[in-house]
Design a protein around this ligand. Structure first.
Ligand SMILES: Nc1nc2c(ncn2[C@@H]2O[C@H](COP(=O)(O)OP(=O)(O)OP(=O)(O)O)[C@@H](O)[C@H]2O)c(=O)[nH]1
Ligand SMILES: [Mg+2]
Length: 146
């Protein structure tokens, strides 16, 4: 079984365990305020486990500031196109770090802001801001790294 499916199943099992525990709390011979407190604690634990997901970081900045280079340095390979003079990155791209089989962090390499001419790579939207807004809308980042 692949790793993703295994993790999915584990989360499902853990999810039903939380439902079971909540049911048991309801049956306890204690005051309703104590039950509520216990349920709140359990729900916090659920948020940190079953409902957790990988962190999403968006690299944002002026054209040529080195976003794609940083990505390539992190991955140790030429993942993203780097441009020395003109704007490079066209469409924003979300990548799995360290790789698609080991999904630890989601990283966005975005189209540079403040470009004076169109990027070398293909792009879908007229302005860098529109391109960035699109990339951000598809997978809401937790952090922007300027
Ligand atoms: N000196 C120096 N040059 C860098 C550094 N990081 C990147 N560069 C150079 O800066 C230029 C632009 O790098 P990119 O990684 O394409 O920059 P970018 O932010 O992705 O650019 P856009 O995609 O156009 O927004 C390239 O010539 C890189 O080699 C750095 O830390 N120091
Ligand atoms: Mg780039």
């Amino acid at each position: 079984m692949d790793k993703d499916k295994n993790e999915e199943l584990q989360k499902e099992e853990l999810g039903s365990l939380f439902t079971l525990i909540r049911g048991q709390i309801d049956k306890l011979p204690i005051s309703s305020s104590k039950k509520q407190k216990m349920t709140e604690q359990i729900m916090k634990l659920k948020l940190l486990t079953v409902d957790s997901r990988e962190p999403r970081i968006a690299l944002v900045g002026r054209r040529g500031s080195g976003k794609s280079s940083l990505i390539n340095a992190m991955f140790g390979e030429e993942k993203q196109y780097v441009s020395s003079v003109k704007s490079g990155t066209g469409k924003g791209k979300w990548l799995w770090y360290p790789n698609d089989l080991n999904k630890k962090i989601r990283l966005l390499d975005s189209r540079g802001l403040g470009e004076s001419e169109n990027p070398t790579e293909g792009f879908d939207r007229k302005t860098p801001m529109e391109e960035l807004a699109h990339a951000v809308n598809t997978e809401q980042p937790d952090v922007f790294y300027f």
